[in-house]
Design a protein around this ligand. Structure first.
Ligand SMILES: NC(=O)c1ccc[n+]([C@@H]2O[C@H](COP(=O)([O-])OP(=O)(O)OC[C@H]3O[C@@H](n4cnc5c(N)ncnc54)[C@H](OP(=O)(O)O)[C@@H]3O)[C@@H](O)[C@H]2O)c1
Length: 252
């Protein structure tokens, strides 16, 4: 079965290509690096020829409000158009747990717009909602930093390893379309400040992490459970301390 991985050179995409190939599938990475650009349509017709499945794990180079909305809506419209022309049978996309309940985040608004296009796009689909990746914890800290103080909301978080995300997306991609959403998350739940403190300490990063009820998460106010999946979420295996202790699990 041929699967085209849009964003197949990225963090999740490269792991997904590897895991699908290990299971005997023809997994083809597609991104600007391989001559495929979803914003312009360049290379899409060739890449999708003969594909049964397209998996979109691409990401916007910019999180700025209009840039990120432009990225996910334009690229998704192009992908749906070229996938329909190539008679693709299953359209899979990776999104974020809580996307629909955090509308004041510009990034999550754009992901929600991406999902709305897919749901009404006419191709059988599956959407995977993942929690925050362990690999993303430093970027969260950087965005929340005010000098040497990292201000985080009083929220819970249940992050997961990119390896577990790629495995979960791979399983969905080779299965029948769900025409719905599945949630995946990490095996442990943390207080936001506790997670970031552990992540920074492991890097010998001396910033001080504090809880600030007014702190925003990439522009959004969070409730305590905004980022937490529902009871039916599939859980990954890798724990944060185990991941921190294994540099080989950390590609960047
Ligand atoms: N970070 C988190 O905690 C988190 C949590 C849940 C879900 N997600 C979702 O996971 C997905 C993947 O994230 P990631 O961290 O793996 O991304 P990433 O490492 O930043 O990789 C992004 C990929 O998108 C490709 N890309 C960029 N512009 C493109 C274009 N115009 N056309 C085609 N491909 C393009 C890049 O290609 P080049 O390398 O060629 O530029 C790269 O392969 C995102 O959709 C994100 O919303 C993230």
């Amino acid at each position: 079965m041929k699967l085209v991985i849009i964003g197949g050179t990225g963090l999740i995409g490269s792991k997904l290509v590897t895991t699908l190939r290990e299971h005997g599938h023809e997994a083809v990475p597609a991104s600007p690096d391989t001559g495929v650009n979803t914003l312009t349509g360049e290379g899409l017709a060739d890449a999708l020829r003969g594909a049964a499945v397209v998996v979109d794990v691409s990401n916007s180079p910019s999180f700025e409000e209009s840039a990120v909305m432009q990225f996910f809506t334009t690229s998704t419209r192009n992908l749906l158009k070229y996938a329909a022309a190539a008679s693709v049978k299953h359209y899979v996309a990776l999104s974020v747990v809580g996307t629909e309940r955090i509308p004041d985040s510009p990034y999550l608004r754009a992901k929600n717009a991406q999902e709305t296009l897919i749901k009404s796009g006419g191709i059988p689909h599956s959407i995977v909602h993942a929690t925050q990746f362990f690999e993303f914890v430093k970027r969260i800290a950087d965005d929340a930093s005010d000098g040497t103080i990292v201000r985080l909301p009083a929220a819970l978080i249940q992050p997961m390893a990119a390896d577990d995300v790629a495995k979960a997306v791979g399983k969905v991609a080779v299965g029948a379309p769900l025409n719905g959403t599945v949630e995946v998350a990490g095996p442990e739940r943390f207080r936001f400040d506790e997670l970031v403190r552990q992540g920074l300490a492991a890097r010998n990063d001396l910033r001080t992490v504090v809880v600030d009820p007014h702190a925003r998460y990439f522009g959004a106010e969070l409730g305590e459970r905004s980022l937490i999946p529902g009871d039916g979420a599939q859980l990954g295996e890798v724990r944060f301390q185990e991941w921190l202790g294994h540099p080989t699990l950390q590609p960047r």
